[in-house]
Design a protein around this ligand. Structure first.
Ligand SMILES: Nc1ncnc2c1ncn2[C@@H]1O[C@H](COP(=O)(O)OP(=O)(O)OP(=O)(O)O)[C@@H](O)[C@H]1O
Length: 255
C-alpha cells in the first residue's frame, strides 16, 4: 500500500452544474493545503475523497485503494466536515465512547484509544462537560479526535479555522502539523495564512466552476536545496509566502 493520493481527470456535477473540471492532483505525506475562495469546489473535492459524494468520471486512489471501494477507503480516511456538530447534550467522553463503539473498536482498545486522543487534542479535562458547553476551538479539536478514532492514514479537514480566535487558530494549526508527521493531512481553507505557515505542498482551486490548480512545491524544494542548511526554514517560509502571493496575483481578486 503506497502513501499517496492520486487524482486523475476528476469531474463532478451537481445536476447540470459542473463543480470540478478535470482535476488532476498528487498528494503525498505531510500537510497539504487546498486553497480556494468560497464556492471554488474545495468541499466537493474533500467530500468526494471521503466517499460522501460520487464523482462523474476520473480516477482516484487513496494509498493504492480505488475510491470505488468505499468501505476500505473509510478505514483509511478520517474526515472533519466544515459543519461539524456532535450530540450537543451528551458529555464529551460519552459522545466519543459512542462513536468509538460505532466505529467497531473493542472494549480495552477503545478505552486506550480515547484516552490517548483526548490527551493529543488537549481535552482530557473536559471529558465530563457537555459537548454544547465547549468553545468553538474545543469543538473543532473534538472533531479531530473523532476523525482519528480509526487511526487513519489520511486526515481531511475542511475549513477548520473559520470563526476561531487567533490563539486557538495557532493551536489548531500546530495540532495538524503534529499529526502530519505520520499522516497525509489535507487542510482546505480560504485563509492564505492557514496554509503558508504550515503546509509543505499547496494547490489552489479557483473560479467556482472552473478548477485551476497549480503547484509550487517543486519550486519551493529547488529553492530550499540551493540555500545553506540553516537558512532552509526561513527560505521555505519566504518562498511559501511569495509563491502563494504570485499565484494569487495572477488569479486576481480579493483574498
Ligand atoms: N448540493 C449542491 N447542489 C448544487 N450545487 C452545489 C451543491 N454543493 C455545492 N454546489 C456548488 O458547487 C460549487 C462548489 O461548491 P463547494 O461547496 O465545493 O465550494 P467550496 O470551495 O467548498 O466553498 P465554501 O468554502 O463556501 O464551502 C459552488 O458553485 C456551489 O454553489
Amino acid at each position: 500500500m503506497n502513501n499517496s493520493i492520486e487524482i486523475k481527470n476528476l469531474n463532478k456535477f451537481y445536476g447540470k452544474k459542473q463543480a470540478l473540471y478535470d482535476v488532476s492532483l498528487s498528494i503525498h505525506g505531510g500537510m497539504f493545503g487546498l486553497l480556494g475562495r468560497n464556492g471554488a469546489g474545495k468541499t466537493t473535492l474533500m467530500k468526494t475523497l471521503a466517499t460522501l459524494l460520487q464523482k462523474k468520471d476520473g480516477e482516484i486512489t487513496v494509498c493504492g485503494v480505488p475510491i470505488e471501494k468505499a468501505k476500505e477507503i473509510r478505514k483509511i480516511i478520517g474526515y472533519l466536515p466544515q459543519e461539524f456538530s456532535m450530540y450537543p447534550s451528551m458529555k464529551v467522553g460519552e459522545a466519543m465512547e459512542y462513536l468509538a463503539i460505532l466505529s467497531g473498536l473493542s472494549g480495552s482498545e477503545r478505552k486506550e484509544r480515547i484516552n490517548a486522543l483526548f490527551k493529543k487534542v488537549n481535552l482530557t479535562e473536559r471529558r465530563d462537560k457537555k459537548v454544547k458547553a465547549l468553545s468553538g476551538g474545543m469543538k473543532r479539536r473534538l472533531g479531530i479526535a473523532q476523525a482519528l478514532l480509526n487511526n487513519p492514514k489520511v486526515l481531511i479537514v475542511d475549513e477548520p479555522t473559520a470563526g476561531l480566535d487567533p490563539e486557538e487558530r495557532v493551536r489548531f494549526r500546530n495540532l495538524l502539523s503534529e499529526l502530519a508527521e505520520d499522516k497525509i493531512v489535507i487542510l482546505s481553507t480560504h485563509i492564505v495564512g492557514d496554509i503558508e505557515a504550515t503546509c509543505e505542498d499547496i494547490a489552489i482551486i479557483n473560479e467556482g466552476n472552473k478548477v485551476h490548480i497549480r503547484f509550487i512545491a517543486d519550486t519551493l524544494m529547488q529553492g530550499a536545496k540551493a540555500c545553506e542548511p540553516n537558512m532552509e526554514d526561513a527560505y521555505m517560509l519566504y518562498l511559501h509566502t511569495s509563491g502563494v502571493g504570485e499565484i494569487l496575483d495572477e488569479i486576481g481578486g480579493e483574498w
